[in-house]
Design a protein around this ligand. Sequence first.
Ligand SMILES: Nc1ncnc2c1ncn2[C@@H]1O[C@H](COP(=O)(O)OP(=O)(O)O)[C@@H](O)[C@H]1O
Ligand SMILES: [Mg+2]
Length: 366
Amino acid sequence: MGRKIEQLKIPLINKTIYLDNKVPGLILDTIDNLNLTAKDGRKPILCGKKRTTNGWHLIFNLPPGISFNRVKRYREYFQDAANGLIDLTWNGALQMTIHTGRLPQRLPYCWEPEEYTKMSLPAPVGVSHGGPVLFNLTDSPHLLIAGVPGFGKSNFLHVLIHSLLSKALVAIIDLKRLEFAYLGSHAALARTEAEALALMESLNREMERRIGILEAAGVVKVQDYQGEDMPYIIAIIDELAELKDDRTMELVDRITRLARAVGISVVAATQRPSTKVLPGDTRAMFQARLCFQVADELNSRMVLGESCPLAAHLPGIKGRAIFKFGIEEKEVQTMFLPLKQAKAILNKNPVRAWNYEYQAKRLLPR
Ligand SMILES: Nc1ncnc2c1ncn2[C@@H]1O[C@H](COP(=O)(O)OP(=O)(O)O)[C@@H](O)[C@H]1O
Ligand SMILES: [Mg+2]
């Protein structure tokens, strides 16, 4: 009889640990098997756990002698054990968010920002395991996009342009000359080196003009300025590495350093932002990063920072990327906007809130 109970008990215990609590149990096993202990034998202690809509949130206290960074180095082991994706953050305790759901492989373009947010320039990044990801471009205010060809850099630029066209003046440098041609009457378009230089020069002039106006009015940022209409400006550069002219690059650098307060953002896409393409100091001005598939961890770190090799291990799905802004670091599926749909949207929304003719004259290449 006693034996029978024992036989029953063992599977029951297993059940409570490995079925109801399967994922937390696997994480604890991983900690054991990795020998993640301090010298005195103490281990991270699980002190909180909660189910989320697509996984788990676990909280660990770390004993003295085990640092957050040490645990972070083992992220891959935890991910493989839990068969999901794991975000690790630190706020006095180790916060481990485990996502066991899968992201969609294709996400059609659909954007009604009014439903989500009152941000001044809401940029839709896509969906992550935690739901929609968007950020305020005025906060960053520059965005760097990278990744090997064919995974969605240019498509993301189209998404961004269409999402923000009604809220900002858009200037585009497209030395490949074809991708953005259809936006010719909605944005200031530069398609040769000479036009790119002229565009950057006029953007710099506009920046100086605005800085002068804000200075005279005694305010520190465009959001606080009550005078003339001063719309946000977004300068989009596709294939940054194609810009070979030193003077043009100097002006890009100048804008990224000085334009934050006056409402001018730069969004640049390039296959890999080596120091030849984008000197380290300029790169640092791009606080938001979106990295599609890259060749190796070195490239991932170049784009997303020393501590982030993740873009080298993306699943090879078009439109899949790692988004990094501040401490946020997420895998996202970006929206897909085919050219035909992009054109249809333009035809449907010909009217802008601001006086395009007047404003664009200052920006158009002369
Ligand atoms: N978010 C996405 N979802 C699905 N397919 C995409 C997505 N982005 C891009 N693609 C596909 O990949 C192709 C290449 O994308 P593109 O934006 O031109 O890449 P890149 O500019 O990085 O070379 C597109 O023609 C499209 O078919
Ligand atoms: Mg492209």
